[in-house]
Write a protein that binds this ligand. Structure first.
Ligand code: COA
Length: 256
């Protein structure tokens, strides 16, 4: 079992903490599986009434582990990343996120499936799918234009440049900004407040808000992964990831 994901239970809240700070909490297949297992356990445990996802000081998550991407590309529906995405996007209990630092790729797109997101004023966000010769995942091609409007979503998903917490807040990805050393405690307190409310009421309220988009989200995730899987195996993505580890700029001009 991986120690890169820590799961704690307190005050009716399950905290799922990404705990790989030396790699900026880049997520491996083992970590996705551990997070999916935790979400399944939360679903089946009446004592858990809210879920909090957080990273470590300075890093929420650097997104998918790029080495893992090359070794075990998620090309099918049963890949650990998809198991995790299905679990978070269909969670009936409230999910809160605390973003104390950098949030890249799925580190940002998973936030679109949370019910409340609190971030450090110093947090940064980015969706560098095109820079990695990939395409959006986690139904972000559907949800980000909905949340932020088309032009902002397109700018972030096509250019892939980092944006700051103020912009993430303005785009509607984040509910509230806090000093970096306060965000985890604030997010936990919000999750604990949710845990103290009637679970039945929260369940019905969340289901009513999400019902119209449930099937669309599941369908978009399946569609995205088909493209994503093909792009990931193409030479452009290999070049982008090799360039990252060699600390150089990728050369895409060599491809037609
Ligand atoms: N996969 C694998 N390793 C990663 C990683 C990732 N997604 N992100 C960071 N790391 C590793 C780095 O290789 C480095 O390892 P090393 O110390 O053995 O050299 C370590 O984590 C620290 O990263 P570093 O780049 O030195 O930190 P930074 O603070 O300068 O930058 C990021 C942080 C997140 C902005 C930068 O690491 C980055 O851009 N990572 C890639 C993000 C990405 O493309 N994710 C996939 C999205 S689909």
């Amino acid at each position: 079992m991986t120690t890169d994901i820590l799961v704690e239970r307190a005050s009716g809240v399950m905290t799922i903490a990404l705990n790989r700070p030396d790699k900026k909490n880049a997520i491996t297949s083992a970590m996705y599986s551990a997070m999916a297992d935790a979400l399944d356990a939360a679903r089946d445990d009446a004592g858990i009434r809210a879920i909090l996802i957080r990273g470590t000081p300075g890093a929420f998550s650097a997104g998918n582990d790029l080495e893992d991407f090359m070794k075990a590309p998620p090309t099918s529906d049963d890949a650990p990343v998809l198991r995790f995405l299905r679990a978070i996007s269909t969670a009936q209990k409230p999910v809160v996120a605390s973003v104390a630092g950098v949030a890249v790729g799925i580190g940002t797109t998973l936030l679109l499936h949370c019910d409340a997101v609190y971030a450090a004023q110093t947090a940064t966000f980015s969706l560098p799918f095109a820079q990695l010769a990939l395409c959006p995942e986690a139904a972000s091609s559907l949800l980000l234009p909905r949340v932020a409007g088309y032009t902002l979503a397109a700018e972030k998903l096509l250019l892939g440049e980092p944006f700051d917490a103020t912009e993430a807040h303005r785009m509607g990805i984040v509910n509230r900004l806090l000093p970096a050393d306060e965000v985890d405690a604030f997010a936990f307190a919000q999750a604990a407040k949710l845990a103290a409310l009637p679970a039945s009421s929260l369940r019905v309220t969340k289901a009513l808000m999400k019902r119209a988009s449930d099937e669309e989200i599941a369908q978009r995730m399946r569609e995205e992964i088909l493209h994503f899987g093909k792009l990931l195996l193409a030479p452009e993505a290999r070049e982008a990831m090799t360039a990252f580890f060699q600390k150089r700029k990728p050369d895409f001009k060599q491809f037609d």
